[in-house]
Design a protein around this ligand. Structure first.
Ligand SMILES: [Zn+2]
Length: 346
């Protein structure tokens, strides 16, 4: 019986230590110490022994039970600790894990150029003016000294809007109409730039879009001269393309200015030597001129007292040149491979 007790004690301790879960341990407890266990059978049979043996075996049985109880308790505590650790591990915050950086996106190259241009002009004292994209004939053409027989007015160039009762409405072909609206609304002096979307009846190709963007400017005050125009455009050219830029003016005709000029900027890539971007060293960038007296009079200004200059340039053209984008359509087809190159550019 003493041997049997030893065997049961060893078997029980091993079974408790081997338990991986508290369910395993419960089963082992029933198996080793339960009412139907070999151990219980030995204890029940103590009564059949003579007093001397009963005392010896009974003592050994008590020792074995204490040992088994201790092993059982130790394993139960160990399992509880393991379960707690596993829970803590699962709940743990890993402070070393790098955060997920959100994709910030970017400004569109056209927005970047527009913001920059507007910033240059506002730093010179110009205010930003905006106007409707659907214009009437008077603001878009007549007030700008574009007579009814001017080629720009034909269906070939302009997109008319079908609104019953308003046959003269069209999508503005220039943002110049904003200048007219500004002059109508206030007396001189006027210093405004009008950035915005304009529309032409064009088929898109590598250099044309039916919808594009302009920044037009207007300065009207007493004593404004062509020198003011030239100085302003030089500042803008330097701000946009670098301090070493020079400008050149050549004669050009626009109905709303007199005299009118086309403005070239010395090439920012080759510094005027000639390269594949510019060809001959100069980049034709914009049209400008002194506001035609008829335009001033159309807006109620006294053209004897006030003079002014106006200019307009295409935002797409500046973006194509500066970022060396080969096809204007790439600016509108939404290809992220182009757009993501501007991430972080403000
Ligand atoms: Zn060049």
């Amino acid at each position: 019986m003493l041997r049997a007790l030893d065997t049961e004690r060893d078997r029980g301790v091993s079974a408790f230590e081997a338990a991986e879960t508290s369910d395993d341990l419960d089963a082992a407890q029933v198996d080793v110490l339960g009412r139907k266990s070999p151990f219980s059978a030995i204890q029940k049979s103590l009564g059949s022994l003579d007093p001397e043996d009963r005392k010896r075996v009974g003592q050994a049985a008590n020792d074995a039970r204490s040992e088994l109880q201790a092993a059982l308790t130790a394993r139960r505590e160990a399992l509880e600790r393991l379960a707690e650790d596993a829970l803590l591990h699962a709940d743990r915050l890993d402070m070393s894990l790098p955060g997920r950086v959100p994709r910030v996106g970017s400004f569109h190259p056209l927005s970047i150029v527009e913001h920059e241009l507007v910033e240059v002009f506002t730093s010179l004292g110009f205010k930003v003016a905006e106007g409707p994209e659907v214009e009437d004939d008077w603001h878009n053409f007549q007030a700008l000294n574009i007579p009814p027989d001017h080629p720009a007015r034909t269906m070939k160039d302009s997109l008319y809007v079908s609104v019953p009762g308003h046959p003269e409405l069209l999508l503005r072909t220039e943002t110049s109409a904003v200048q007219i609206r500004t002059m109508q609304a206030q007396p001189p002096p006027v210093f405004v730039v009008a950035p915005g979307r304009v529309y032409r009846r064009e088929t898109s190709d590598p250099t044309h879009l039916p919808v594009f963007h302009q920044v037009e400017g207007l300065a009207v005050d007493e004593g404004i001269t062509f020198a003011d125009l030239k100085g302003t455009l030089e500042v803008v050219a330097k701000a946009m393309f670098g301090e070493r830029r020079r400008i050149r003016l050549g004669p050009a005709f626009f109905p709303f200015v007199e005299p009118g000029c086309e403005v070239g900027v010395s090439c920012f890539r080759c510094d005027g030597v000639g390269c594949r971007v510019c060809g001959n060293g100069w980049i034709e960038l914009l049209g400008a001129g002194m506001v035609h007296p008829a335009v001033l009079e159309n807006c109620g200004y006294d053209s004897e007292r006030s003079t002014g200059f106006a200019f307009g340039l295409g935002i797409e053209r500046v973006a194509l040149l500066r970022y060396e984008i080969p096809d204007i359509r790439m600016l509108v087809d939404g290809d992220v491979r182009l757009l993501e190159q501007f991430e972080g550019v403000a």
